[in-house]
Design a protein around this ligand. Structure first.
Ligand SMILES: [Zn+2]
Length: 855
């Protein structure tokens, strides 16, 4: 669009053309209006990426010892400009007065910020190389300042909240960083240190410029950290951490380094590209918002994701290995080749997840990987895709300021399912060849999904557009139901496919179907929606299992005859993957109101006793707790509670493995409601031990104490006080003190806690807020917490503006998921009706979160 307009201008010779141009310009005016918008509009991003190149940021941050003092900063931005058709806009989203001085090519400019941009007039700029020098106070919003440490988290568009920059992913730049920090601090950044000086109780660290990075990957952390350096398999690594428990370090550090080095070597082998950045390092942060973030050379992790308790469950070890593999894979997918615009953010996420699965698989031969894939992705993907608020994998993004709302279950959980289909279509080798070519072609640059589709089409010789259109560019999923027709003495079985939205879309996929009859079992590959695709049997089916491969995606309806069979026999189906698929399908039907919760609960309750697959056991314990707390009323909890407590306690006592005792104890802790049950919970908390001498970790003790309070146990206050006194680590003590009022037995304390969240400063530790909200809105306290729903909805826009990317969705999901009352339903419905112009992306998040409430 812009290119066309410039071309027209050079033709302005005749009156006729002038008239045409005027019309064209007036047509174009609307689209260009967004150039100066707050945030980074796609118009601004496109213009900048064409006009600006060779960007180098040279930045110095002076970090004071105390959190209350401002962080001073100086910066020079060097870049080449090839067009003066527009002013250059720098992004700088800080409170008024933070910008102190601006010099453009040695000429002073009055410092001013309008709609979060510093506008550099054309007359001060030159075609060719430009220098802009700035002195400013760094904005605190994404510097995550704590009393004695801070860390940056700039994804997706938050670099400009700290320093002026071109905050879009396709203007990659070199960063020359200098940190001026208290001498008691350690620091880490993307690149290696090239110089370090000390004077007057300060350390001045200068880092090398490394490779080009987008602003969202530029990172550093500084503070009272311990540093461990290690070389494994020829790879030098550094880790910064704040863990004070020596046994946690002794137990975990070597394994953490080993897992990183293994992931690096695996990725080098697969991609044919050596680790592409000048150093490898990571920082482990107690309050980190996500599990991990892939800044090259300075990956950030949440401490609890890496430092595991004593005798961790195999799934915890697997999750940690997967997380490390995920963040390390991003070095190639995301860091080396970056999406052009954030609508393709899913692409780096899906590949990181895809490779994480491949990297960790051989190290856990005891884990059924297909089952694990099923249980970790399908329920979470369905949780969004079944709702009225679902979104496609590729979403429209008009402005970077909305990029945070693109993240969610569809990106993290549906995309991996779709990617496995892609691998099936293109074959392992075809995919590998295509990905190698893609990474090589776009190294240190940017690419889009369609670039990859094009490469994969030629590397595999398969047509992918139609598949991509429905699976990647459309939201939702098909409803797939079996049909059995009796013709003469034969039974023909096929599947119908329905588009729940009524748009008649077709999702190409193949079902690996299994049919049981009184005389045997039959397999067939069937295509839903294709009336010609079916299997004909001579005896009547007693159970139809739509798909046994775990590759198919949709809402699978269980017919009444199959349900009857499964009620009696699901536990005796030999293949754990098939059992897992059936449980997930049945659970979906319960959530879609097609299966009564009591029926499913009873099936799960009878099956769990004999279930020996740990993944399914963990899944079933989670579902039993969910149904018991969320789908049962108080009367049903009375009826079923005693036997559920009895089962959970028996399993805590009988199991030999410590990790299994822990899994069962977490179920017991959440569902114990009887007096005897709570007395026992109290005794466990007092002793800190489970039967068999399994010691509970401090986190488990805190959770147990919170649960006693949540259930109004008479000694709850003294339990909480005693727990608080026993916590030695200052970071964990702060967390405990933060969450404590949310579980208080005193309603006025809880109200005060909720009111305190109106102040942004009290929402800064987002994981703590979410944990506290989980207790505040527990289904056990539904009545007293429904008054917080409306204010929580009213705060959502502000939360999106001030919080990190996952926070708005977590905030609203945690608020709504424990509520089931008509009042709660009405509150959400009225809120949506009274806000017809509410931002679409947030409305979708509300609809996703309110799925069960609005059903
Ligand atoms: Zn990721």
């Amino acid at each position: 669009m812009l290119f066309l307009m410039y071309k027209m201008k050079s033709l302005v010779q005749s009156a006729v053309i002038i008239t045409v141009l005027l019309i064209l310009q007036s047509c174009n005016k609307n689209t260009n209006d967004h150039f100066f918008d707050d945030g980074v509009s796609s118009e601004l991003a496109q213009w900048r990426s064409k006009a600006i190149s060779k960007v180098v940021y040279t930045i110095r941050f002076s970090i004071p010892e105390t959190i209350s003092e401002p962080i001073g900063a100086q910066e020079t931005i060097q870049f080449d400009l090839n067009s003066k058709s527009k002013p250059v806009l720098l992004d700088f989203r800080t409170p008024a007065g933070y910008l102190k001085s601006v010099k453009v090519n040695e000429k002073e400019l009055v410092p001013s910020v309008k709609d979060n941009h510093i506008i550099i007039p054309k007359k001060l700029l030159v075609i060719g190389q430009n220098h802009i020098s700035l002195i400013f106070r760094a904005g605190d919003q994404s510097l995550n300042r704590n009393d004695d440490y801070l860390y940056t988290l700039f994804v997706p568009d938050r670099a400009c909240t700290a320093f002026p920059c071109f905050d879009q992913p396709d203007l990659k730049a070199y960063f020359n960083l200098t940190l001026d920090i208290p001498s008691s601090y350690e620091a880490i950044a993307n690149n290696p240190v090239i110089k370090q000086d000390s004077s007057d109780g300060r350390k001045i660290i200068t880092y090398g410029r490394g490779e080009k990075l987008p602003t969202y990957l530029f990172a550093f952390a500084a503070g009272k950290f311990q540093r461990i350096e290690k070389e494994v398999d020829g790879i030098k690594m550094e880790m910064l951490h704040r863990e004070t428990r020596k046994d946690y370090i002794d137990r975990n550090a070597d394994e953490i380094f080993r897992l990183h080095s293994k992931a690096i070597r695996w990725m080098e082998e697969y991609t044919g590209i050596k680790y592409p950045f000048p150093k490898f390092g990571f920082v482990v942060i107690p309050t980190f918002q996500y599990s991990g973030m892939e800044h090259p050379g300075a990956i950030c992790y949440k401490a609890s994701s890496l430092f595991l308790d004593e005798s961790p469950a195999i799934t915890e070890q697997l999750n940690r290995a997967s997380l490390i593999a995920h963040e390390t894979s991003h070095t190639w997918f995301g860091d080396l080749v970056t999406m052009k615009w954030f609508n393709d953010v899913w692409l780096k996420e899906v590949f990181a997840g895809f490779f994480a699965d491949k990297i960790v698989k051989p190290a856990f031969p005891e884990i059924n990987n297909d089952l694990r894939f099923l249980l970790s992705h399908f329920p979470s993907a369905y949780a969004v895709d079944r709702t009225r608020g679902s979104n496609p994998i590729i979403q429209q993004l008009d402005n970077m300021k909305d990029a945070g709302s693109l993240y969610g279950n569809i990106i993290y959980h549906k995309a991996p399912v779709v990617m496995r289909q892609l691998e099936q279509i293109t074959t392992d080798e075809g995919l590998k060849k295509g990905l190698r070519e893609y990474l090589k072609k776009f190294s240190y640059g940017n690419a889009e999904w369609d670039d990859l589709v094009q490469i994969l089409e030629s590397s595999s010789g398969k047509e992918l557009k139609e598949w991509s259109n429905v699976w990647v560019r459309e939201p939702g999923m098909p409803l797939i139901a079996p049909v059995t027709e009796k013709i003469n003495n034969e039974y023909k079985i096929r599947f119908t496919e329905t588009d729940p939205s009524g748009k008649n879309r077709h999702w190409p996929q193949m079902l690996d179907t299994k049919i049981l009859t009184g005389t045997g079992s039959y397999a067939a590959l069937l295509y839903p929606g294709d009336t010609k695709s079916g299997i004909t049997l001579t005896s009547e089916p007693i159970c139809i299992i739509p798909d046994t491969s775990g590759m198919s995606y949709g809402c699978f309806v269980t017919d009444s005859i199959s349900l009857l069979y499964l009620k009696k026999n699901i536990a005796s189906i030999a293949d754990p993957l098939q059992r897992g698929i059936l449980w997930v399908n049945l659970n979906e039907q319960m959530l879609n109101c097609k299966l009564d919760p009591v029926t499913l609960y009873s099936m799960m309750f009878s099956a769990i006793d004999s279930e020996n697959d740990q993944l399914i056991q963990t899944y079933l314990t989670g579902r039993l707790a969910y149904i018991f707390l969320n789908k049962f009323d108080a009367g049903e909890r009375n009826v079923y509670g005693v036997q559920l407590e009895e089962l959970a306690w028996r399993k805590v006592s009988d199991n030999s493995a410590g990790s299994q005792r822990r899994t069962w104890f977490s179920l017991y802790r959440s569902i114990a409601l009887t007096k005897e049950g709570l007395d026992r919970l109290y005794k466990i908390w007092q002793s800190g031990k489970l039967p068999g001498g399994v010691t509970l970790s401090e986190d488990e003790q805190c959770t147990t104490a919170f649960n006693l309070s949540l259930k109004d146990y008479p000694l709850a206050d003294s339990v909480l006080s005693q727990q608080s006194r026993s916590i030695k680590n200052p970071d964990r003590l702060k967390k405990f003190a933060f969450i404590r009022p949310a579980v208080s037995t005193d309603e006025s304390v809880r109200l005060k806690f909720f009111e305190s969240l109106r102040d942004q400063a009290n929402r800064e530790r987002e994981p703590w807020v979410i944990e506290a909200l989980g207790y505040l809105h527990s289904p056990l306290r539904e009545n007293s917490s429904e008054k917080y729903i409306l204010p929580s909805l009213e705060m959502l826009e502000e939360i999106k503006a001030t919080g990190d990317i996952f926070f708005p969705a977590s905030w609203i999901t945690t608020t709504l998921e424990g509520h089931h009352s008509d009042y709660a339903k009405q509150t959400v419905t009225d809120f949506l009706n009274s806000h017809p112009d509410y931002p679409e992306n947030l409305k979708l998040k509300i609809l996703q979160a309110a799925d069960q409430l609005l059903k």
